[in-house]
Ligand binder design. Sequence first.
Ligand SMILES: Nc1ncnc2c1ncn2[C@@H]1O[C@H](COP(=O)(O)OP(=O)(O)OP(=O)(O)O)[C@@H](O)[C@H]1O
Length: 346
Amino acid sequence: MNALVVRAAHKAFGQVKALDGADLAVPGGTLTAVLGPSGCGKTTLLRCVAGFERLDAGEIALGDRPVSGPRAHVPAHRRGVAVVPQDGALFPHLDVAGNVGYGLDAAARRAGRIDEVLELVGLAGYGSRLPHQLSGGQQQRVAVARALAPRPRLVLLDEPFSALDAGLRAEVRADVRAALHADGATAVLVTHDQGEALSMADQVVVMHRGRVRQQGTPLQVYRTPADPWVAAFVGDAVLLTATADGGGARTPLGALDLHQPCTGTTTVLVRPEQIRVLPPGDAAAAVPATVRRHLFHGHDAVLDLTLDDGTPVTARLLDDPREFSPGTRVALTVSGPAHALPAGAE
Ligand SMILES: Nc1ncnc2c1ncn2[C@@H]1O[C@H](COP(=O)(O)OP(=O)(O)OP(=O)(O)O)[C@@H](O)[C@H]1O
């Protein structure tokens, strides 16, 4: 059953349509990431679900209970929704146990719920510390423990890892994900970070200009994006004009198999990690190309290339010691299927 359903949600601030018909459904017990660029309406969606903002039109239901809509606006404190803000917003004068237990009833305290959630977020034994005695990552863990403590119907996380440095972020993300799952929580994470959404979430909701462009598993939105905009937003995209004839397509990178059948003129998506870079003339079916730029990133390298017909292509190289200077001639092949994108959307 869905723990949260948003239908045709509209919310404007003056002339700005922050939500312009947003639809989404969040199954109970899952973590859903709402992913989109700055200004696409993510925070507004989250604030409407929490009950901090009223919808202009549309509906929000938590389980089978309508909470926002033409006939209902349940106030925030009666929705059973917990919010983890960007900065954690801990009470500075209360220790960790005081923060986590704030608002928790006596029975839950006696039952050991504070220790239980601190253990879940990896902070067993930290109950008597004050917030200023904790690292940024630990403070966010406390904020998550505080949100989980009263067993809310829904936990909303608003870019909760954005203030953490990159090394710490990956660890805190993984631990928070594990804690939410272990507690059986339903959670919605708002983020503009594709890696965060794809690595943490059970399902990803991609937003653009106040609407949901696609909802699916991380693999679905990455491999089979709904349109060219989603394709380019959730990762690096090589977009090729193509003629499809069912299970395959003719493209500037040769004949490619398709994930899903398609016919006629279309645009197909290939991800840069699917492109193999060979010496010129190495394989009969390889397509000649010229290197424009080679960017080394440590864990991988990105090669910008141009095919002889002018088509730009990007290849991602893993564990590849070769160095390519601009102007080097190479030949390209593609491994794995491409994805035919529906025409029309920008
Ligand atoms: N209270 C407000 N008053 C006026 N405009 C607002 C208000 N809140 C949001 N907006 C506008 O609505 C649009 C959507 O904003 P929102 O904060 O929901 O986007 P976002 O996707 O969360 O962006 P970010 O990732 O930068 O936080 C933006 O154009 C924003 O300027």
